[in-house]
Design a protein around this ligand. Structure first.
Ligand SMILES: [Ca+2]
Length: 156
């Protein structure tokens, strides 16, 4: 590739100097430091406006992922119940490869990819029998790790 010029700093200006050594002329265009700083300030301002929205979206995405996890763990629980006639006492039962003693129908492990942590790095909670008049309770404590309104649950 033939290069037509080279980058150089002349008097605080970034500019392309033409090969052949023709002297810099008045209409030569380069970025001054001030212009560069202006661009940086504009980018920083845009980032400050956009980043909080992205953070909000990330939280929404985590809640959506927790709902998805709860749905797929729920599916595994239902398959377990279909084979054994009852829901397991704990989620780790879904990971069991060998059938329990006397269990003739068994297609474990029911969670092939293991038990996921919730998007905030904690275990999903499981309770059987349910306290919410359903088959079982399955939930995440949400962003704050404590029981409250931001929990992601399979009941409301
Ligand atoms: Ca919570």
């Amino acid at each position: 590739m033939k290069r037509s010029g080279r980058w150089s700093v002349v008097g605080g200006q970034w500019s392309v100097v033409r090969r052949g050594g023709s002297p810099p002329t008045a209409h030569r265009r380069g970025f001054t430091l001030i212009e560069l700083m202006l661009v940086i300030v504009i980018i920083a301002t845009l980032a400050a406006m956009v980043v909080p929205r992205l953070v909000g979206r990330t939280e929404q995405a985590k809640i959506a992922r927790a709902s998805g996890d709860i749905a797929s763990i729920g599916l595994a629980l239902d398959l377990y119940e279909l084979d054994t006639g009852q829901y397991p006492s704990g989620l780790e039962e879904l990971l069991r490869r060998e059938a329990p003693e006397g269990q003739t129908r068994w297609n474990g492990p029911y969670l092939k990819k293991g038990l996921p942590s919730d998007p905030w790095g904690r275990d999903y909670k499981y309770k059987y029998p349910s306290e919410h008049t359903q088959d079982y309770d399955l939930w995440s404590l949400g962003p704050d790790g404590q029981a409250g309104n931001d929990d992601v649950t399979n009941w409301d």
